[in-house]
Design a protein around this ligand. Structure first.
Ligand code: DGL
Length: 281
């Protein structure tokens, strides 16, 4: 059978996707990528040595992310990079794109889909304190949701709770309830109908959060859109696999060897990640 010149020439080996976050949050994005692109090996990188990002200053975070990504790309061969962290993406993408010669996908708050979905015009934005404060986030709101009321809440505690959950520790449901009350209290008109989970850690707590929030509130995040974007970029760079390899090798790498990182073994296995590396940075 002849092949059209415009169709992508499949590669023999599926491209490796490097997924990066400060901690376990990027796993919520990795999961979407695995569902859409099951043949591609993932390297899941957690900068646990510098966790959490949401409380860090802008200059120190730009320097740190530059350094860690540089070291990761020296150690691992990856064809595409996903910054699976809103806190890092809303700050560091221009720096990374100026320096690196591979396709980069960033995760930013799902303001645009939220504005399309809301009927009441009141949107919630749950993110890290840094993401809530970023000019980039304010710009997204101005551009895509100028007609909406956006109620923002920054929480680092929720990030911590997601980490605890994946380590198999008990979830502090009272703390979750307090955060939910705080968010809903800010909604003076009581009409918020869409909540943007604008930190990749938060979809890992979707069920627990939903239990504390009004049942009609829709919780949305950027994970699926990111997976679609990765697929699009791999297709346009001719990097989709020739056939579906049923069992690609996924690995995780941490920037610091800690008991907490080790405790994530079973959760990582649940994401199909069997190999654990440490790259002290
Ligand atoms: N998962 C990250 C995000 O999407 C940040 C968590 C943190 O380190 O504060 O914003």
């Amino acid at each position: 059978m002849s092949q059209s010149h415009s169709s992508p020439v499949p590669q023999a080996k599926p491209a490796t996707i490097l997924v990066f976050d400060s901690g376990v949050g990027g796993l919520s994005v990795a999961r979407e990528i695995q569902q859409r692109l099951p043949a591609h090996p993932l390297i899941y990188a957690s900068d646990n040595a510098f966790f959490p990002y949401g409380t860090k200053g802008e200059d120190e975070l730009i320097t740190r992310v530059d350094k860690v990504i540089g070291e990761l790309l020296l150690r691992y061969q990856a064809e595409i990079l996903v910054i699976a962290c809103n806190t890092a993406s809303t700050l560091t993408l221009p720096h990374l794109r100026a320096k690196l010669d591979l396709p980069i996908v960033g995760v930013v708050p799902a303001i645009k889909p939220a504005a399309q979905l809301t009927k009441s015009g009141v949107i919630g934005l749950l993110a890290t304190p840094a993401t809530v404060a970023r000019p980039y986030t304010h710009e997204l709101i101005r551009e895509y949701a100028p007609q909406c009321d956006v109620i923002s809440l920054g929480s680092s505690e929720l990030v911590e709770i997601a980490e605890q959950k994946l380590r198999g520790e008990n979830i502090d449901r009272a703390a979750l309830a307090t955060i939910a009350v705080k968010l809903m209290q800010a909604d003076k008109t009581k009409t918020m109908d869409v909540l943007v989970l604008a930190c990749t850690h938060f979809p890992l707590l979707r069920e627990e959060l939903a239990q504390q929030l009004p049942s009609e509130l829709k919780l949305i995040d950027s994970g699926e859109a990111i997976a679609r974007r990765v697929e699009f970029l791999l297709t346009s760079h001719n990097k989709l696999p020739a056939s579906d390899d049923p069992r690609p090798l996924h690995r995780a790498v941490f920037t610091k060897h800690t008991p907490q990182a080790q405790a994530l073994g079973p959760a990582l296995a649940g994401f199909g990640i069997q190999h654990l590396d440490y790259l002290e940075i």
